[in-house]
Design a protein around this ligand. Structure first.
Ligand SMILES: NC(=O)c1ccc[n+]([C@@H]2O[C@H](COP(=O)([O-])OP(=O)(O)OC[C@H]3O[C@@H](n4cnc5c(N)ncnc54)[C@H](OP(=O)(O)O)[C@@H]3O)[C@@H](O)[C@H]2O)c1
Length: 345
């Protein structure tokens, strides 16, 4: 990405002020992006309109995925944004390979479909959305299981990854990356990849900081991209359990927000960018879009604030991924290798 000299409207942030992450290739990625998953209750049309509004407000980084079902409409928004004079090189656009497309014959075709839908010649980043090829009907109950579901099989993942590498060779994507990984899985990928992941997308917010994995990624030159950075207050009911906590209701976050006169959501985003991850919050509300982007260019949190937020980690994973389990009566924790090794079949 190079600098963008367009005039910003009144309720907008100058994109040139937004912090950037430098990836191991030297490419620059805006350190905050817009999520585009409508959590099943925001229509595809509204998400596409949100992309247009976000570009006006100053967002240049967009996190898309084929499974969100809205790439064709978002593509029309990108077409308008580019027609209005913004250059492609000033945008950072991510998409993701869904779980039913891990087959060697499917990876390139799936990326090409996302490119067609998004009306783009290339993606800045293409991620393997989940490390399991286990798919399920969209919006289904968390107890639904795919009868063909399997655990993580590294050889199979690397077959998929070889095709991801081919996407880079062919110039269809500039970077490839992973999502929903763990340290043990990532170690194997780093051992065997020809083109290493540039980024890993993962749940990250003040109540789920994943400190060990986060540091592992930084140590290995992989950019952590944080999803559900506000604690996904609008997530579907199927992704809620009674044990879940909410970072925007945490007394430490509330106190900082009150002192600064900002919404607790904005405190979560300021913390995220300062800590070194790239949050990708969703909002369908232009006022919130603006507040979120302004929050990461305004005065930073103090060192005391950062320390206080570090101390409120509750290891509370909200997006547990139950539908990707491969056996009945399994704990969702089996997906996440919590004992430090890949969970056995
Ligand atoms: N890789 C993966 O597996 C994966 C998984 C989950 C999500 N993601 C990505 O991450 C993105 C974000 O995650 P998410 O949507 O789950 O959660 P999130 O960004 O943590 O939360 C979004 C919610 O926060 C509210 N919000 C945003 N800014 C606000 C503000 N300033 N004040 C008050 N409320 C505010 C929004 O409501 P309003 O609309 O009313 O502002 C919306 O309901 C997704 O859209 C998707 O792109 C990726």
């Amino acid at each position: 990405m190079t600098s963008d000299s367009r005039q910003a409207p009144a309720d907008a942030v100058d994109p040139n002020l937004v912090p950037q992450r430098t990836l191991y290739t030297g490419a620059k990625m805006p350190a905050i992006g817009l999520g585009t998953f409508g959590s099943d209750h925001i229509s595809h049309q509204v998400v596409a309109e949100t992309v247009l509004a976000a570009a006006e407000v100053g967002y240049r980084h967009f996190d898309c995925a084929s499974v969100y079902g809205n790439e064709d409409l978002i593509g029309l928004s990108f077409q308008n944004i580019l027609r209005d004079g913004l250059q492609r090189k000033h945008l950072w656009i991510t998409s993701k390979l869904w779980n039913d497309k891990h087959g060697e014959a499917d990876v390139i075709a799936s990326c090409e479909k996302s490119l067609r839908d998004l009306r783009l010649d290339y993606l800045d980043l293409y991620l393997v959305h989940w490390p399991f090829p286990n798919h399920h009907p969209p919006g289904c109950d968390v107890n639904v299981r795919n009868p063909h579901a399997v655990p993580y099989i590294h050889e199979n993942y690397m077959r998929t990854w070889r095709k991801m590498e081919e996407l880079v060779d062919r110039g269809l994507v500039r970077h490839i990356g992973t999502s929903n990984m763990t340290v043990p899985k990532m170690k194997l990928v780093l051992r065997d990849a020809r083109i290493k992941p540039a980024a890993n997308e993962m749940e990250l917010h003040p109540h789920f900081q994943q400190p060990e994995f986060f540091q592992y990624l930084l140590d290995n030159g992989i950019a952590p991209i944080g999803y559900s950075p506000i604690g996904s207050p609008g997530r579907p009911d199927r992704d809620r359990t009674p044990q879940d906590t909410s970072p925007t209701e945490d007394p430490v976050i509330l106190k900082i927000a009150a002192r600064l006169g900002i919404h607790p959501a904005v405190v979560c985003l300021k913390w995220a960018v300062q800590r070194g991850q790239t949050p990708i919050p969703f909002s369908a509300n232009r006022r919130n879009l603006f507040a979120n982007l302004r929050g990461v260019v305004d005065a930073p949190l103090t060192a005391e604030d950062m320390k206080a937020i570090q101390a409120i980690d509750r290891n509370c994973r909200l997006i547990k991924g139950q539908v990707f389990l491969w056996k009945d009566n399994q704990s969702w924790e089996d997906l996440w290798d919590i004992h430090g090794e890949i969970t056995a079949p």
